[in-house]
Every structure is written in structure tokens, then in C-alpha cells.
Design a protein. Structure first.
Lengths: 368, 353
């Protein structure tokens, strides 16, 4: 089992052409799943250091990532995207709830069995300047990962695989002897991708992988990620605050707001027919790089995201939602399937009109 | 030596929103800092002119420049928390410039208050008799430059003006905001306060350097809308510096695309987005994933990355990454070619260079 995929990597030339998956016998369709996941960070205060409150970063997230797809997770800063990622990767323990990988509950797993699962899931972080050790050469970073996870038997084999990996991500083997500071941001992110792939993962969690890159370089990395996915049959969870990037990369998209997922649908559906008022607000807030849409009816919602410490009862978007009613304040909204595979967390199944979102804006007082 | 900007010719008009767009390290911010005379100690303008209303700013003395910065040029930066003083209330930060320079602002403050009084009288709000008395007093102050504007009176005038500007940037309960400290405001509110701080001096030029980059999209949309609404209400030229082509498309009138310290293309926004001419501009547009319409499997990308400006490429600085480059691009620095009225491109593919 151990080396199956690296043997496959040997024939990468052939893989470059093959696009379709041979359709391996797939046990559970869902690869990664969270059930009612909570992550609260306690706030200590007072003389005795008692817990005086909680930052409810992730507040009941249920999601499932299907094998072979790219699952996009989008939201504004502070919505809990990265915390979800860290809990899934077990970089931080969950407060409550479960994480399943390949049908196995890994929430309380430790030691050997955790390592076994962790090898199959890897993460690429946002900042390639912070996620690579400045004192470790690229080659050493790659081979160390392989040896720790015992995906290779010998040092020589590790070196061989490292050389292959670095070529796959579009660099050349000479680069293995260099140190991170010698690379540009885009090249570093390629190295981070190579390191994630070094252990033959099935699942790669990409947390804002292009956010610190320039657009021209971002396009290179996005293309690389798509190419690698089809060649290596990877499953991605792609986290970003950038909706156009999410749209380009994802098969399905989940929208997060204040620690909860408020809408999940296929990419086409979500972008064409958003059902949650927040999703609509988010979609129409993006400055479209097309001046002809300038005077189009753009919805600008008022206010800021509330603090995750004092989350309002009822629906947490209601303070900014132009459709909010008394019911939204009193009752927690249900999670409903409004169309097949299209879920929203809202009391209502609304026909959304961008013009309505403008309601309640403050009057402009011109100076004398 | 890093040659951050290299031969930039740019004009911006009153009431105009000019976008300066480019990737990181292309020299957008250095351009802004040079205009404002805020370059760090180790940077110097080697040559060139910066004309404000026809006067060269670079020829001015330090003291003159200080006055220019006070009255004519204002900047808003990316991260309001870095530029706001955390231990001084928003109100004091807004009125600081006036209170410290009462002599410079004497007449302006008085005139502003007079116009406020006129407006209030017209709208019939407040105590009529009291307002008229105040008007009388201020008019006599205005007509006798020898009379000193007292410190207390100056403070009162600048406070009233500050409140007006907080309303202008659509901050709710401005009196309350005046008393609050930056940490008590949200990111969007801080940025509004920064904009008010920049506008309160009625600058001729407002430089907005990545003002929405640190904000969330929904808040960014609010601020962009504000900037658009402000443009006709204030008498400034506005230069918007951003890496986001979406911001440019939605807000600006004209746009200059910068690459590695040069402007490579300059046109109106509509013209630039419908007929990009420079290979870099074309590449940049093709590299953005589209929000509308069908997404393509493959994005066009520009090979390589932005060059090191210590040793910038010879000739056209884009030639090592340019798909259209030919031999002469390595040696000849392109001169601007006017493709259509107002649309300039710095590229050897065009004209007969």
C-alpha cells in the first residue's frame, strides 16, 4: 500500500496525458466530513483567570467533501474558514463535534492511527513566507516530510521522488539545494504544494493558497493546482475570501458567516441563484472587473460582521439582513434543502432582489 | 539602488478619479509617496517634476512642503489602524491640524463656519437669533485680519467642521464618534474616519493607497460607494492606487497600468477594459478568474514573475515575460504611442518606433 502512488508517479509522463480517472473501487463517496463541529476559544479574564467568554470561531459546522471534487469554502475574515480547516487537519482540537476521514472518526484519534490518516491529508497555507523553514533547503524540506511519514524506504529514493515532485510543480531539480529566501512568492507556493504532495495525500486542504500572490502569478498556481488534481486524483478543499477564485476552482461551494455555513450548493447554482441573503450580498459586493456593469443594481449591505464573542440569538445575519423579521430574532433558522443539493440556513425561501438589500441605508448629509 | 519608478508622466484633473493599477512592487505606492513628499530618508527623487496647479512641488523648501501637505495633498492608507493614533480620540485627530496651525487655517475655519451658519439659517434649524449673532461676530473677525482668533473659538469651529465631515463620510452619530478612540471603531468605520481626516483639509489631491484592501468585501463595497459619491462633493483630484482591477473598473474614470516602475498603458476605464493594447495589460486581464459567465478550465497566465528592480531589464522592462517580444524590445525603451485620443501605450508593437 505504502508506495502504490509513488510508483504511479514514476509514469508521470503518461499521467500528463491521461485526464480521466480510471474509476477505482471507491468505498465511501464522502472523503472528509464534519458533523456539528464546534471550536470555541475561551477568553480568560479577572483575577483568577476564569473563562469570561468564548470566541465562537466555529459554531456548528456540518459539511462533507466528496471524493475527487473541489469543495470551496468562502467567507469574510473572521467567519471561521481557517479554523474549520485547522480543526479538520487536527492542528487544533475540536471543542465539540466530529471529523470523519474516509469514514473513520478521527476526532479523538492519537498516535499511530492518527499519523496513518494524517499522511493522507495535507495542507497548503496562505503565506509561503511563513510556512517554509528559512534554514532548511527545499530538498531537505521535501525529503524530511517523506521520511517522517515513511512513504519512502531509503534516502536515495527520497531524493529521487523529491526531484520528481519539484518538476511536477514546475520548478527544476537544481532548485532543491536552494533555500526559501531565494524564491519568489509564486515559486515558494509551488514548493509548499510539492511538500504537501510529498506524502501521497488523497486530500489537500488549500487555505487561501493564492491570496498573497499577484494576479499574474495566481493564475499560474491555480492552473497548476487544477492540473495536479486531475493527474493525481486529489480531493481539494479550497478556502478563499475571493469569490472569483472560488468560482474558478470549485465544484461545490459553501458560504460561511460568523462560524456557520449559511449556504451550500453546486458552483453554478450558487453563483446563478443564490438563496441566502448573505450570499447575494457577498456576490454583489465584489467589484467586477468590467466597467459595463458599473451602473448595474449593486447591493451594498450596511454594517459590519458582528463580533464572534457576542453572537446575537436567532439568525446571526439578521442585523444586516434587509429581509429580517421578528421570527429571525426569536428562532434559530433551520437548515433546509431548498432545491436538490442546495441548502440554506434561513427561515425563508426568498426570491432575492438585489435592490432590496439597499433598504435602510443612512441618508447622506451633504456639507454646506 | 532600487529604481522604483522610472520616468512616469501622469496628469490628474479636478473631480477626476484616476486609477493607478499594478502588481506588488510596480511602483504604485512610491509614486504616491513622491507626490506627497513622504518618501523615506533613503529614497530620493533623482529627476523630474511634480506639478500641483502648475507649481513644482520638488522645488519647494521643507517648510513650504509641510504647508502643501497640510492644505493641498492628503493621503489615505491601506491599514487605518497603523495611521490612527490609538491613544488620541478621533475628534482630536480630526481637528489636530487646525488647532496646531490656527494661523494657517484662520480664515478657512471662519469661512467654513459662516457657510454652515448660512445653510442652517436657510433650513431654518436652530436658534435664529443666536446664529445671526455668531455670524456677525465671525464676519467682523474675517474682515479684520489683525484680530486674533482665540484658541477656544478655533477649537469650537474646527469641532463643528469635523462633525460635518464625519457626516459626509456617512458615519452614524458623529458626536459620539468624535469622543471615541480608534479601537472602538470597526475596520470600515476607521477607514471612513481616515477619509474624513484626509478630506477635512479640503485637499487639492487625495491619494488613496489600497484603501479597501484590508477590508472585507461587503465593507469594501460600502467604502467604494462612498468614494464615488464623494467625488462630486469635494473639489479634489482623486488618485486611487490598487492592485484590484475590479476596484478600478467600478470606480475610476481613467486608469494607468504600471509595470516595474513604468506606466505601460493609460486610457479611460472603458477604453482600457474594452481595448487593452499592451501585452502586459492583456495578460493581466486574462489572468483574472471571471465572476460572470462560464469559467474556463485554464487561466491565461504571464510566465515568470515581476523583475528585481535593482537590476531592471533593459529596454522595455516587460520584454523577458512578453509573448510578443522581438529583438529591439531588449534595447529600446518604448516611447508613448497614442492609439486613440487619450489612449497611450508604451510598447514597440505600435507606431513606428
Amino acid at each position: 500500500m505504502k508506495n502504490v502512488k509513488h510508483t504511479a508517479m514514476e509514469g508521470r509522463g503518461a499521467l500528463m496525458q491521461s485526464n480521466g480517472s480510471p474509476g477505482k473501487p471507491s468505498p465511501p463517496r464522502t472523503l472528509v466530513e464534519t458533523r456539528n463541529l464546534y471550536k470555541w476559544f475561551p477568553i480568560k479574564g479577572g483575577l483568577l483567570g476564569r473563562t469570561v467568554g468564548n470566541v465562537r470561531a466555529v459554531d456548528g459546522v456540518t459539511l462533507s467533501v466528496i471524493r475527487g471534487e473541489t469543495f470551496g469554502l468562502v467567507g469574510e475574515s473572521g467567519s471561521g474558514k481557517t479554523t474549520v480547516a485547522r480543526v479538520i487537519m487536527k492542528l487544533t482540537p475540536a471543542t465539540k463535534g466530529q471529523v470523519f476521514f474516509d469514514g473513520v472518526d478521527i476526532t479523538r484519534e492519537k498516535g499511530q492511527s492518527l499519523r496513518h490518516h494524517r499522511r493522507k491529508m495535507q495542507m497548503v497555507f496562505q503565506d509561503p513566507y511563513a510556512s517554509l523553514d528559512p534554514r532548511q533547503s527545499v530538498g531537505s524540506a521535501l525529503t524530511e516530510t517523506m521520511r517522517i511519514n515513511r512513504v519512502v524506504e531509503t534516502r536515495r529514493e527520497a531524493n529521487r521522488v523529491a526531484a520528481r515532485l519539484i518538476e511536477i510543480v514546475g520548478l527544476n531539480p537544481d532548485h532543491l539545494a536552494r533555500y526559501p529566501h531565494e524564491f519568489s512568492g509564486g515559486q515558494r507556493q509551488r514548493i509548499a504544494v510539492a511538500r504537501a504532495l510529498a506524502v501521497n495525500p488523497e486530500f489537500v486542504l488549500l487555505d487561501e493558497p493564492t491570496s498573497s500572490l499577484d494576479v499574474s502569478v495566481q493564475a499560474q498556481i491555480l492552473n497548476l493546482l487544477k492540473q495536479l488534481q486531475s493527474e493525481l486524483e486529489l480531493t481539494y478543499m479550497f478556502i478563499s475570501h475571493n469569490l472569483s477564485v472560488i468560482k474558478h476552482m470549485s465544484d461545490r461551494v459553501a458560504v460561511m458567516y460568523l462560524g456557520r455555513i449559511v449556504e451550500v450548493a453546486s458552483t453554478e447554482r450558487l453563483f446563478a441563484h443564490p438563496k441566502h441573503p448573505y450570499t447575494l450580498a457577498l456576490l454583489s459586493a465584489i467589484p467586477d472587473p468590467d466597467p459595463s456593469t458599473r451602473d448595474a443594481n449593486r447591493a451594498v449591505i450596511q454594517g459590519d460582521v458582528p463580533s464572534p464573542i457576542n453572537i446575537p440569538p436567532g439568525c446571526r445575519f439578521r442585523g444586516r439582513c434587509p429581509y429580517a423579521t421578528q421570527k429571525c430574532a426569536d428562532e434559530f433558522p433551520p437548515y433546509v434543502e431548498v432545491e436538490p443539493s442546495h441548502w440554506i440556513e434561513c427561515h425563508y425561501d426568498l426570491d432575492l432582489d438585489p435592490g432590496e438589500l439597499e433598504r435602510g441605508k443612512t441618508d447622506l448629509v451633504p456639507p454646506p | 539602488m532600487v529604481k522604483a519608478i522610472d520616468g512616469i508622466d501622469l496628469t490628474v484633473y479636478k473631480h477626476e478619479l484616476l486609477g493607478l493599477v499594478g502588481e506588488s512592487g510596480c511602483g504604485k505606492s512610491v509614486t504616491a509617496l513622491s507626490i506627497a513628499g513622504l518618501l523615506p530618508e533613503n529614497a530620493q527623487v533623482q529627476s523630474g517634476e511634480i506639478l500641483l496647479d502648475g507649481d513644482d512641488l520638488l522645488g519647494r523648501s521643507k517648510q513650504e512642503l509641510r504647508i502643501a501637505r497640510l492644505t493641498d495633498i492628503a493621503l489615505v492608507f491601506q491599514d487605518p489602524m497603523t495611521y490612527l493614533n490609538p491613544v488620541i480620540s478621533v475628534g482630536n485627530q480630526l481637528t489636530d491640524a487646525f488647532n496646531e496651525n490656527l494661523k494657517v487655517y484662520r480664515n478657512e475655519l471662519i469661512e467654513y463656519r459662516l457657510s454652515q451658519i448660512e445653510a442652517e439659517l436657510k433650513r431654518n434649524v436652530g436658534d435664529r437669533a443666536k446664529l445671526q449673532k455668531e455670524r456677525e461676530k465671525l464676519t467682523s473677525l474675517k474682515e479684520n485680519p489683525s484680530l486674533k482668533l482665540g484658541k477656544g473659538e478655533g477649537k469650537r469651529l474646527s469641532r463643528l467642521r469635523a462633525i460635518e465631515y464625519l457626516k459626509l463620510v456617512q458615519l452614524p452619530e458623529p458626536e459620539q464618534i468624535m469622543k471615541s478612540y480608534p479601537f472602538e471603531l470597526s475596520g470600515g468605520m476607521r477607514q471612513r474616519a481616515m477619509i474624513a481626516m484626509a478630506l477635512i483639509r479640503r485637499p487639492k489631491v487625495l491619494l488613496a493607497d489600497e484603501i479597501t484592501t484590508a477590508l472585507d468585501v461587503t465593507v469594501q463595497a460600502q467604502i467604494l460607494k462612498l468614494v464615488q459619491e464623494l467625488r462630486d462633493k469635494i473639489d479634489s483630484a482623486i488618485i486611487i492606487i490598487t492592485h484590484d482591477l475590479g476596484v478600478v473598473a467600478q470606480v475610476c474614470d481613467r486608469v494607468a497600468v504600471m509595470y516595474a516602475g513604468n506606466i505601460v498603458e493609460l486610457a479611460t476605464v472603458d477604453e482600457m477594459f474594452s481595448h487593452p493594447m499592451h501585452p502586459y495589460t492583456k495578460g493581466l486581464f486574462a489572468a483574472i478568474p471571471k465572476l460572470h459567465g462560464d469559467s474556463k478550465e485554464h487561466l491565461e497566465s504571464i510566465p515568470g514573475s515581476v523583475p528585481d528592480l535593482i537590476y531592471p531589464p533593459s529596454g522595455c522592462r516587460f520584454h523577458p515575460r512578453c509573448p510578443m517580444a522581438f529583438n529591439r524590445c531588449r534595447d529600446v525603451k518604448p516611447a508613448p504611442v497614442e492609439i486613440s485620443p487619450g489612449h497611450l501605450v508604451w510598447c514597440l508593437l505600435y507606431g513606428h518606433q
